[in-house]
Write a protein that binds this ligand. Sequence first.
Ligand code: GCU
Length: 474
Amino acid sequence: MKLRFGSLLALAAALAVAAAAQFPGMHLSVAQRARLQAQQRATAAGHRYMMDILHIRSLRPGADGFNPKAPNYQNTDEATANPYPHLPNPLISNRGIRITTPAQWWRLRRPEIEQDFDRDVYGYVPRNVPKVSWILLRTTHAVHGGIPTVTRHLIGHVDNSSDPAIPVNIPLTVTVPADAGGPVPVLMHLSFGFSPAAMKAFVAMLKAHHVPVPPPPKGPSWQQQLLNADWGYAVLTPTKFQADNGAGLRRGIIGLVNHGHYRRPEQWGALRAWAWGASRALDYLETDPQVNAHEVAIEGLSRLGKAALVTMAYDQRFAIGLIGSSGKGGATLFRRHYGEEMGNLAGAGEYHWFAGNFIQFDGPRNAGDLPVDSHELIAMCAPRPIFISYGAPHVEGTWVDSRGSFMAAVAAGPVYRLLGKRGLETDQMPPLGVALLKGDIGWRRSHGGHTDLPNWPDFMQFAGKYIHAPPRKS
Ligand code: GCU
């Protein structure tokens, strides 16, 4: 059961309704069950529609992450994990030109890689995305571990005059030390948006199903670690402006732009939409005099780890990233046959994260046909520092394929070096609990589960090489 903790955690985002899909025995009210069924029907219909317009008859099914006896149980055998061992070379252009200077990278190769990701993986952001206006709702004051703070509660209101039936808003909170000595660095946390009560109920449910839930690491919370280092933090809940299911593609920011119709195959999926929201939140931070907008970090876990990496790759204003257990669709190579498979990502349950076009790589084509892979998503972050984080395979599970992510990080190294920086500086994956902090790509796998919390102190050390907060006044 422990193997799919990630999915369970994220399912809680839609609370019991979605979790019930995983745990058929779970109690649901009549209304909740009806909602779940309607959502599943709409998701399946949208997925079929996308297959139809792409003329795809069938997709290869994904792996089973739960049942070791299932014939399609996830592969964990390294001997067969690399069916497509040759990765696209980030330093050879699509027309075979060798990239040997930073200018060639910026002018030729990076735009090409971006296009390939747009078209085949994450989707294009449509040109007509409406404007966002930031509204300050209220300001609150608190003291965290002896540090007085100010929190601004904001809403990014998306202009929906083109379709008033589809409201889209981006809630955001920004917390900074009240007595900062100047504009502070800010970490933007992508949140699943659990209420404490939902979280409690969810953990109880996991325990009832014998899913291990390791206690949070000892020591200060991530918020406190940031405040102690004179940073601030912002919290963004991406599912508030784009739902985490296929049915939601006709609503939220993707639905608004398409007036409630299905998206076209080359258009953005949820990951790109979530990253778009993070960029709009950074637009706000650029206007906040208490924030140093040149020192904004992005962080997320699991599917939100994927979103954090997509954000960092596409929006070069983000200074640094902490990418937690992002797996396939994030920092792990699509080409790996290990843990989660293309068939999981392209199926009705997850295809909404990507462009519709992406599902072709699980139909007539395969992962080896992708023009890009995740090492090039990491390379798009270069020369900016990025820290890639996982838990321990025997606790977190093998679904996220941390080795595939390590391989991607190694393969992004040449781009960092071309730009005068350093990659991981080794191709040997270190033992659990040992961080790689010397290069501009950081790495750590904790002894813990599907969480980036145990890796946070090392991330802070890594970030300290680049980010210099002004000392507090008092
Ligand atoms: C599922 C999914 C992963 C994802 C994870 C999560 O396990 O297959 O791709 O990262 O959920 O977001 O928790």
